[in-house]
Design a protein around this ligand. Structure first.
Ligand code: HAM
Length: 423
């Protein structure tokens, strides 16, 4: 029974006391997206498993340890999306957006993501992201635009002082060959201390060791050679151009040569916004450039980049800095229509529907309650206005409109209620 009535580990319910805060953040993000020409895309919750192997990468923690993968009744292997980029790129390719839309194409999404991780504060098995993907520019101007846009989100939510931007470049396939060689050399000396997965990564993709969650691997990785020392001329120039652009835009950042990100599709620019205010899971937003992914997934050669923000972590941050203290929750009910008789109850319900059509949040009794109980309920709703309808009010078409905050009452025609209570 307990299994049936309790949440699966790492998932959460979002109740009305909190959901309005999510709606407010969503409104802000949708507004900022529209201002920057970023349009919404919605993709399926599950995709063919192969999509994530090809994009996120076979040697990542996400693919090796964390995916919710199962066979459907048709015998196909499908996976609940662990992140949003792969699906967005698949949709970009499959729907021919590369040719059809004005370039760069800018897309955003709100998605639930699923990763079988060890749950803790800010780390869930089902979590939510707001993500942005931009297709069609290889220029560092696009990287700077995207990062400045992300910074703008924190500015709009009054969080600029709570986060810091860290950037890095992880080069391209060309410069990574030398880097991989250096990493193999470094880690080979301490091979036996690495976890089993990382011993395998040493051969297949040594950069992944830098992102391992095992504390022993992380400690060894801290002393590993840094990719920035291995950038080829073009990647170095791209990184320099990005830094110059960010400086010109007044976006403050630090270069953190340890950022490699946990997904394989990145090249060149990677970045994260981190905070000290939400505990160990400090990265609120992460992203980077992925110039080869569109082609890898069967599309034309289109450079691209993007980021995603963890919405649970963002809410945790907003909560911890007291953001909501000054915010008013949405008004649930503007006017409560109490009734004294069955006929009045009918009229109250009809009036409530008319008021709603006029854009006023209205409620009437649905439980056959006494007047006293109805007024108690109106109090719980926090309705600022109330009227009591009885036979007299129905006959005259006039009621006493009570302002619950001041106790004042004034005669008002039923037909004029909407205007009388409009905020
Ligand atoms: P990611 O770094 O794996 O990147 O995830 C982005 C953000 O999602 C993280 O910074 C974090 O805030 C949040 N997040 C990740 N895992 C969890 C979890 N288990 N529980 C709660 N929040 C979590 C991506 O997913 C890339 N697709 C981002 C991207 C878009 N890159 C390019 N375009």
């Amino acid at each position: 029974m307990a299994l049936l009535t309790s949440l699966p580990r790492g998932t959460a319910d979002l109740l009305p006391a909190e959901s309005w805060k999510w709606q407010r953040v969503e409104q802000t993000l949708r507004r900022l997206s529209a201002l920057a020409g970023v349009e919404e895309i919605r993709t399926p919750t599950f995709e063919h498993t192969e999509l994530f192997h090809r994009s996120v990468g076979d040697t990542t923690d996400v693919v090796q340890k964390e995916m919710y993968t199962f066979e459907d009744k048709g015998g196909r292997s499908v996976t609940l999306r662990p992140e949003g980029t792969a699906g967005a790129v698949r949709a970009f390719v499959q729907n021919g957006l590369a040719g059809a839309a004005a370039s760069p194409v800018r897309l955003y999404y709100f998605t639930s993501c699923f990763r079988y991780e060890k749950p803790q504060a800010g780390r869930l098995r089902e979590f939510h992201q707001y993500g942005v993907e931009m297709f069609g520019s290889a220029d560092a101007a696009a990287d700077a635009e995207l990062i400045a846009f992300a910074q703008g989100i924190f500015d709009a939510l009054d969080l600029a002082a709570q986060v810091r931007l860290e950037i890095n470049s992880i080069g391209c396939a060309h410069c990574r060959a030398d880097y991989h060689r250096a990493l193999r050399e470094y880690f080979s000396a301490r091979r036996d201390e690495l976890c089993e997965t990382c011993q395998d990564r040493l051969e297949r993709n040594p950069m992944r060791i830098l992102d391992c969650k095992s504390p022993v691997c992380a400690a060894i990785a801290a002393g590993a050679p840094k990719i920035l020392d291995f950038l080829c001329e073009d990647c170095q120039a791209h990184f320099d151009a990005l830094r110059a652009r960010l400086d010109a835009l007044g976006v403050a950042y630090t270069v953190n040569p340890s950022i490699v990100r946990g997904l394989d599709y990145y090249n060149r620019t990677v970045f994260e916004f981190v905070t000290d205010r939400i505990g160990a899971q400090a990265t609120v937003l992460g992203g980077g450039r992925y110039d080869t992914l569109v082609e890898t997934l069967g599309g034309p050669s289109v450079p691209a980049l993007g980021f995603a923000m963890g919405l649970e972590r963002l809410q945790l941050l907003l909560e911890n800095v007291g953001f909501w203290q000054a915010a008013a929750p949405p008004e649930g009910c503007r006017i409560y229509l109490a009734s004294l008789s069955p006929a009045a109850s009918d009229a109250a319900m009809k009036l409530a529907h008319e008021l709603r059509r006029a854009g006023i949040a209205a409620q009437s009794d649905l439980c056959g309650r006494s007047l006293r109980a109805q007024m108690k309920y109106a109090g719980k709703l926090g309705a600022p206005y109330c009227v009591v309808l009885g036979d007299d009010e129905l006959a005259s078409g006039v009621c006493r409109l009570k302002d619950m905050r001041t106790g004042e009452e004034k005669e008002t025609a039923l037909a004029a209620l909407a205007e009388a209570v409009r905020g």
